[in-house]
Ligand binder design. Sequence first.
Ligand SMILES: O=P(O)(O)OC[C@H]1O[C@](O)(COP(=O)(O)O)[C@@H](O)[C@@H]1O
Ligand SMILES: [Mg+2]
Ligand SMILES: [Mg+2]
Length: 333
Amino acid sequence: MSRITLSRFLIEQQRSANLLPAELRFLIETVARACKAISHAVNKGALAGVLGEAGTGNIQGEAQKKLDVIANDVLLEANEWGGSLAGMASEEMDLPYAIPGQYPKGAYLLLFDPLDGSSNIDVNISVGTIFSVLRCPDGVTEPTEADFLQPGSRQVAAGYTLYGPQTMLVLTVGNGVNGFTLDRETGSFVLTHPGMRVPAETREFAINMSNQRHWEAPVRRYIGELLAGATGPRGKDYNMRWVASMVAEVHRILTRGGVFMYPKDARDPKKPGKLRLLYEGNPMAWLIEQAGGAATNGRERILDIVPTELHERVAVFLGSKEEVETVTRYHAE
Ligand SMILES: O=P(O)(O)OC[C@H]1O[C@](O)(COP(=O)(O)O)[C@@H](O)[C@@H]1O
Ligand SMILES: [Mg+2]
Ligand SMILES: [Mg+2]
């Protein structure tokens, strides 16, 4: 069987579907290379002294793990020479990073959650890197925060790398979703999951149930119905999973279906949710839609939201269409 590597796949996309300008292809390859380096660090764990707290905090007031900082640095270093990029923004950096003046500047902006699921690092459970690519507005040479505030519908590439039992890169450039497994012997990402699809119907949901008392009424109603099982209004039993790494939950949903929720809750009424719109909500929403699923904030399509700040939060309901449509309808009633 001939193996299709990520590089070969991207070249094919560029040639046949004419979807991929060379600059964007090069950017995706650079991100993939950085993820390989992060994967090695995650794999070594205690052997490389990379577990535990970094002793610093990010702009969101969260304690950073050593691997949050390492992953951020690896992505910055791999991309900061410019080339395809004009700037970057990260969950772990207060401000956007404009490519320095002396370097060639490209047409794109790269946004990332360098390490998603940080609370799982020290307990050896899957974590990942989530990324999103936007076009840099015309004529902008030093991108500022305002240039990154584009709705997710304008993404030109989005994906994640999951550091689990296997390291997998899952990607969309607007032409479906494809999954690649890292072959450690050759160092290549190999196409192993072409055309990933979210089944329309499911019996599995993911939510942090410990926040139940803080939820809004539509979410209580929806989860109450799922918990009622076969004798309730949905007429079937549901199973529940909560990894606490969004990247792992999305991967499960892209593989066997399901619905993932991180709703707005009353713990901090100022925040519309826990997850970050630009680094988590948008890339995952686009992947899920490209795989035939749906993604809303309970009220509107995530990809239609016009961001007003870089580190904006968002409520997230994503996965199998039927479920996302139901919980979204409950918000409107
Ligand atoms: O600990 P909680 O409240 O269950 O939150 C889990 C959620 O938080 C996140 O870990 C946030 O990501 P970070 O690790 O990048 O901060 C999601 O991946 C996950 O879905
Ligand atoms: Mg995250
Ligand atoms: Mg993170």
